[in-house]
Design a protein around this ligand. Structure first.
Ligand code: HEM
Length: 402
């Protein structure tokens, strides 16, 4: 299928060939509308027009997302659950996680320095698993780190695959949900006592509008909604190291200047590199847009990657130019690598600020704290896999802490 063969470019390419921001196609035998661009995003993030219940394909719920989590909620129930996630993201807490990740990177780099070659993508899964479990109040014994890192990474790294890798992703989700549901029950029983402000405690004791706690399986889905995507930041960190390698001219500015240029660099990594291709929703009530009928119940995909590369908004969109973000006016619909609209009212990523904080800390680590080389390898980005990655998964060598 064309979308699976070319997940990142398909929608924007078709839009260009039809000369329209919206077109119709059949996806898994269902009529599906695909939209691209900032204007499309503004319509897509209007909760009066779209809902999320039933939007995600079953194969993604069984692997990447889980069933019963915030992604599939609408209206007041969504806002209340989303508030719980956003309450975890104070800047103080994010700085704590960034500091934990940097310490974990330093410890890992000591090991890497005795290795001939380090496959960064794989190593980062363990670094981020250790860091986020500690921050979120999830107990993790040393001997289970590798197993849990594999389970958390399989949920995003294999979810989009076909056949056995996808089944492994589903199996990993089942195992991880069982692990976390048990932890939730132990927290409720007072056998584990994570810190007050931790995700594990907040989610275990979260109550809905009727004063009901989440059932342990759904609580596990939500706690995994914090752990899994934090480990998925390994994809962006690999892209960041890839960008540093291809653009060494930025290194001295990153070392010398205040955080503003580092932030611009991180934003450009999020804009430029392919990660989440598109997000789905269902038309709530029929309406028409750009001459296209949007009938109630139709599935719609919003093109995230294509919107971030819209030549009408971004000058030379396929060039990596961090400076474009130095005077960029933040807006909710033109730059949407982690969804658009409002973080509370819409389904925009709950972990966007966390992502930026960790990417900035990782950037500082790779620029100022680590010396390394890139041996010969296939650095070309494989855009047919989901998520896209350099074919080599990014190998570094001659690692030394500075
Ligand atoms: C690794 C980089 C990340 C990417 C590319 C990413 C991307 C996204 C995207 C595209 C969405 C859906 C937006 C929509 O449906 O409109 C989303 C939602 C979400 N993300 Fe992220 N995300 C990332 C990291 C994180 C992190 C670190 C966390 C938590 C710590 C997180 C938690 C969530 C949650 C809970 C939702 C559901 C929000 C809702 O349905 O209201 N994500 N993310």
């Amino acid at each position: 299928m064309a979308l699976m063969r070319d997940p990142y470019e398909f929608i924007s390419r078709q839009c260009r060939s039809f000369g329209s921001e919206v077109f119709e196609m059949k996806l898994l035998l269902r009529r599906t509308l695909c939209m691209s661009g900032a204007e499309a995003a503004q319509v897509f993030y209007d909760p009066a027009r779209f809902k999320r219940a039933g939007a995600a394909p079953l194969r993604l719920q069984e692997s990447l997302l889980g069933v019963g989590g915030v992604q599939g909620l609408d209206g007041a129930e969504h806002t209340q659950r989303k508030q719980m996630f956003l309450a975890l993201m104070s800047s103080e807490r994010l700085q704590q996680l960034a500091a934990t990740m940097t310490d974990t990177l330093v410890a890992a780099a000591e090991r890497w320095s005795s290795m001939e070659q380090v496959v960064l993508y794989d190593q980062l899964h363990e670094v981020l698993t250790r860091s986020v479990c500690q921050w979120a109040g999830v107990p993790l014994r040393e001997q289970e780190v590798t197993k849990r890192a594999r389970q958390l990474s399989a949920m995003f790294d294999r979810a989009g695959a076909i056949g056995p890798p996808h089944w492994w992703s589903r199996h990993a989700r089942n195992q991880a949900e069982r692990w976390i549901a048990e932890i939730v029950e132990e927290i409720r029983a007072g056998k584990i006592d994570p810190p007050q402000e931790s995700a594990a405690r907040r989610i275990a004791f979260y109550q809905d509008s009727r004063g009901q706690r989440l059932n342990p399986k759904i609580a596990a889905v939500e706690l995994l909604n914090v752990l899994r995507p934090t480990v998925a930041l390994s994809v962006y960190i690999v892209f960041m190291v890839h960008a540093l390698h291809l653009h060494p001219e930025y290194r001295s500015r990153l070392r010398q200047q205040d955080g503003k240029f580092a932030q611009a660099f991180v934003q450009e990594v999020r804009r430029f590199y392919p990660f989440f291709p598109a997000v789905p929703a269902i038309v709530r009530e029929s309406f028409e847009w750009k001459g296209m009928p949007f009938e109630a119940g139709t599935r719609v995909l919003l093109d995230l990657h294509g919107t971030n590369h819209d030549p009408g908004v971004w000058k030379d969109p396929s060039r990596f130019v961090p400076d474009r973000f130095l005077d960029w006016q933040d807006d909710a619909y033109t730059f949407i690598p982690q969804g658009g609209g409002d973080h509370l009212r819409n389904h925009r990523c709950a972990g966007e600020w966390l992502s930026i904080a960790l990417l900035q800390a990782a950037l500082e680590f790779f620029v100022s704290k680590l010396s390394y080389a890139l041996p010969e390898q296939e650095l070309e980005i494989d855009r047919t896999r989901l998520p896209a990655l350099p074919r080599s998964r990014l190998v570094i060598s001659n690692v030394r802490l500075i």
